[in-house]
Design a protein around this ligand. Structure first.
Ligand SMILES: Nc1ncnc2c1ncn2[C@@H]1O[C@H](COP(=O)(O)OP(=O)(O)OP(=O)(O)O)[C@@H](O)[C@H]1O
Ligand SMILES: [Mg+2]
Length: 332
């Protein structure tokens, strides 16, 4: 294991000596790798998407999937929930969806003459919100508020969401008719965004011959339970981030704010989720410390959806790629 001279850490209660593996890291590495291999057996030929799904699960970041129909978004979400030992909770985005359809309602129970809270689908550990941009803004903001605050307030009462809590939002980049595009503050709630993309011809032929990823999904067994999943998240948050690596991540984030064509750059929240994601990537690589290369590996997924170019539109991934290419990398 490579030794570091700097013990500046992120997310640790107490810094541990450089290079030393904290007690539960082995378990977190096993969880990350088992999860990766479980998802790879279902979603075929798209290793990048599988990696980011694992990074989201371990870093506690919500995940936005922007892709066309039929590329395996639902299958990935179902596989993720099954592998993590929880039920997938689902919300279908549509124009008449009310905030209470997502968060839940208080109803009067005549038998007991009490008001009881009936939790909505947001109260799952893994929540898939399909076509999130087809829900009206009021419902979007109820949902995204819950994501940020980890609780739901209904009729004056607050209800904590189960932990861990992972929201997977999907939207189709084609066909904007009848949609309510997420505003910047809402996009910022998603720690990571990605597309899945098409598998190559050989994999697609395998899919056709073996009835897609459905069979693999039906036979998938959990690789952990929510308690182990939470332990993995906590161990991931304790992996070492030396000051030079944190400064590097911050320099990438700050560069997005001054890039010529950008009207809105990435926020400090983005910087935090960049480091959290890099920690998860390091754990997936079996390491107890984060390198600049870990930060680079997740930077496009963490930053590009949060950038707003002058005149709208713009190519976030290309811009973040350019910033990575032009920024000095600290020695490791
Ligand atoms: N890379 C892939 N690996 C495994 N199965 C795949 C892959 N791409 C597509 N499929 C298969 O295609 C079918 C459609 O997948 P799924 O329902 O997950 O698509 P989707 O992206 O959620 O589509 P929609 O946007 O219409 O909801 C499933 O049978 C799934 O197994
Ligand atoms: Mg789907």
């Amino acid at each position: 294991m490579r030794m570091s001279t700097d013990i500046g850490t992120v997310g640790a209660e107490s810094p541990f000596p450089a290079g030393q593996v904290p007690p539960s890291l082995d378990e977190a590495v096993a969880t990350a790798r088992n999860l990766h291999s479980a998802l790879s057996g279902v979603l075929l030929g798209t290793p990048r998407a599988v990696t980011f799904a694992v990074v989201a699960a371990l870093s506690g970041n919500h995940l936005l999937i922007e892709d066309v129909p039929g590329v395996g978004k639902t299958v990935l979400a179902r596989a993720l929930a099954t592998a993590l030992g929880v039920e997938l909770s689902r919300v279908q985005g549509q124009p008449d969806l009310l905030p209470s359809d997502v968060t839940g309602v208080t109803v009067f129970a005549p038998d007991t003459a009490t008001w009881d809270f009936r939790p909505g689908p947001i109260f799952g550990h893994v929540v898939l919100v399909d076509e999130i941009n087809r829900t009206p803004p009021r419902t979007q903001s109820a949902l995204l508020e819950a994501m940020e605050e980890q609780q739901v307030s209904v009729d004056g009462d607050s209800w904590p969401l189960p932990q861990p809590h992972l929201v997977i939002g999907t939207q189709n980049p084609i066909g904007q008719l009848g949609t309510y595009p997420l505003v910047e503050s809402q996009l910022d709630r998603f720690g990571l965004s990605m597309s899945i993309g098409y598998p190559d011809a050989e994999v697609e032929t395998r899919l056709v011959l073996h009835n897609g990823g459905r069979y693999a999904l039906d036979t998938l067994v959990p690789i952990c339970d929510p308690t182990q999943w939470e332990r993995a998240i906590n161990a991931t948050a304790r992996t070492q981030v030396v000051t030079a690596v944190a400064e590097y991540a911050v320099s990438l984030v700050r560069a997005t704010r001054t890039a010529g064509t950008v009207r809105l750059g990435a926020s400090p929240r983005a910087a935090i989720s960049l480091i959290r994601s890099a920690q998860a990537y390091a754990v997936l690589c079996g390491r107890a410390y984060v390198t600049p290369q870990d930060v680079q590996a997740v930077a496009v997924a963490c930053l590009s959806h949060r950038l707003v170019a002058e005149g709208g539109g713009g190519d976030g991934p290309a811009l973040v790629g350019r910033i990575i290419a032009e920024s000095p990398v600290p020695p490791t």
